[in-house]
Design a protein around this ligand. Structure first.
Ligand code: KIV
Ligand code: ZN
Length: 511
């Protein structure tokens, strides 16, 4: 057993299964580049068979990434596996991750297949996958509720068929650390030739135990952990990459394992994923929360000042806090901006795309004296990179709020090429502005979530607004950033409407 722990990041696949977190090709490329810089071993870039857009996104990531294995998920069906195989073909190192459910409840009610049929299909899927790559991962979905004898049998068969990584998922987040570790150990003991493959763990966080369960599996022989940045993922999310990595590093005395993660890239990656997906990070979140290294009480501050280790087990700078420097200001020119974006892994396909962002930068610099990396990230929308002409575009906004008077907002927007104007009152200026927009577009969407976060500190900071809109069963997140939070809100609302407008139908792998 070697002492390397493989970090398999599934932010772009399981993370994307969070409501509204579906990512465009451009977003995936940006995040994948950052994951490569972070040093993950495997990037699960998506589920290629979900839609043509998903296929294109996985392929684009496969074309871009050179220093990590790029993987696509595939159900155990010929079409899925072949789509995955075609999508990862350009990758320097490509993997197909195929899966089928193995619990009685899933086999009977979801798949309507007998256990023998499931084994046969799993073996067949691995063989199809091997036509494209010799790096094939097999997952037994809902392994947590699967019969152990059956798991031993199916894993034995897929190893014989040629699978190289065997993943044991707690799909529903049901396990507890002792049981999960024991399951991993028993499988490794009972499955023939278990030493010829890598054992992997994939835990969901429904009981808040995803990281603890993953670490327990590692202590019992797993050498790959599937995880996501900020613990993003289906329902309560997946095991959080930053927590797994920092636990293994900080408690090397216990795990005796290394990862190849550059931990100073953790916070920048967390911020990027949060801002691109519209999932803010809670302040008290371990490692990447704003309070993770803040010492509020006087006693703690005193201790830390006298001797840091009194209350700190990790150093903020080791996980990338304070890594973001004050970068640019009003007088910075095009070259300075372009090279800072290059350092942030943002590439512009054309001068026109860069010009749009340069213009935004100049407008921001007029209102905000110090511009940080996070501000720059927020200036670059997918639409700007891809040079998409949005269906709904903001022309101008006027909002008025005064004590004792109902707030009012007036907006002018383009719908296609038609300019429309409306005015409305509301409980606050944001409510008034949204009502004005709705009176024009009559989208009938439900606003499920509205949140504002400051991107940097200070009252001149940009506010980053996320709205979650739902219509006819489709859920999207819209985002907008501005130093004026009413303007940020309107941008977020229009961004959400534009995402709903693009009819992007995609299959869910597990449904
Ligand atoms: O949670 C799960 O079981 C999965 C599989 C597809 C690996 O995400
Ligand atoms: Zn999962």
């Amino acid at each position: 057993m070697n002492n390397q722990l493989i970090i398999f990041d599934t932010t772009l696949r399981d993370g994307e299964q969070s409501p509204g977190a579906a990512m465009t090709r451009e977003t995936k490329i940006r995040i994948a580049r950052q994951l490569e810089k972070l040093g993950v071993n495997v990037i699960e870039a998506g589920f290629a068979a979900a839609s043509p857009g998903d296929f294109a996104a996985v392929r684009a990531v496969a074309e871009t990434i050179k220093d990590a294995t790029v993987c696509s998920l595939a159900r155990a069906s010929e079409n899925d596996v072949r789509r995955a195989g075609e999508a990862i073909t350009p990758a320097k190192s490509g993997r197909i991750h195929t899966f089928i459910a193995t619990s009685s409840i899933h086999m009977q009610h979801k798949l309507r297949m007998s256990p023998d049929q499931v084994v046969e299909r799993a073996v067949q899927a691995v063989k199809w996958a091997l036509e494209y790559t010799d790096d094939v991962e097999f997952s037994a979905e809902d392994a947590v509720r699967s019969d152990m004898d059956f798991l031993v049998k199916i894993f034995d068969e897929v190893i014989k068929a040629g699978a190289t990584t065997l993943n044991v998922p707690d799909t529903v987040g049901y396990s507890i650390p002792a049981a999960w570790g024991e399951r991993m150990r028993d499988l490794i003991v009972r499955v023939p030739n278990s030493d010829k493959v890598i054992w992997s763990t994939h835990c969901h966080n429904d009981l808040g135990l995803a990281v603890a369960n993953s670490l327990s599996a590692v202590m019992n022989g797993a050498r790959q952990v599937e995880c996501t940045i900020n613990g993003l993922g289906e329902r309560a999310g997946n095991a959080s990459l930053e927590e797994v990595v920092m636990a293994v590093k900080t408690r090397r005395d216990v795990f005796n394992l290394d990862t190849r993660i550059d931990t100073t890239q953790i916070v920048p990656t967390s911020k990027l994923v949060s801002s691109m997906t519209g999932y803010p990070v809670q302040p008290n979140k371990a490692i990447v929360g704003a309070n993770a290294f803040a010492h509020e009480s006087g006693i703690h501050q005193d201790g830390v000042l006298k001797h840091r280790e009194t209350y700190e087990i990790m150093r903020a700078e080791d996980v990338g806090w304070n890594a973001n420097k004050l970068t640019l200001g009003k007088l910075s020119g095009r070259n300075a901006l372009r090279s800072r974006f290059t350092a942030l892994n943002v590439e512009f396909p054309s001068d026109e795309a860069f010009n749009v962002v340069f213009q935004r930068f100049k407008e921001l610099a007029d209102r905000k004296s110090d511009i940080f990396d996070e501000d720059l990230q927020a200036l670059v929308s997918d639409e700007a990179i891809a040079q998409v002409k949005e269906h709904y575009r903001l022309v101008s906004l006027r909002a008025h709020s005064e004590t004792g008077i109902l707030p009012v907002a007036s907006v002018i927007i383009y719908i296609g090429d038609v300019e429309c104007q409306a005015e409305s009152q509301g409980g606050g200026p944001v409510d008034a502005a949204f009502k004005a927009i709705e009176s024009i577009v009559q989208s009938g969407t439900e606003l499920q979530l509205y949140s504002v976060n400051n991107i940097t500190s200070g009252t001149d900071a940009q506010g980053e607004v996320t709205v979650r809109l739902s219509k006819n069963g489709r859920i999207v997140n819209g985002q907008g950033a501005d130093t004026d939070i009413v303007a940020a809100s309107v941008k977020a609302y229009l961004n959400g409407l534009n995402r709903l407008h693009s009819k992007d139908h995609r299959a869910h792998p597990q449904v």
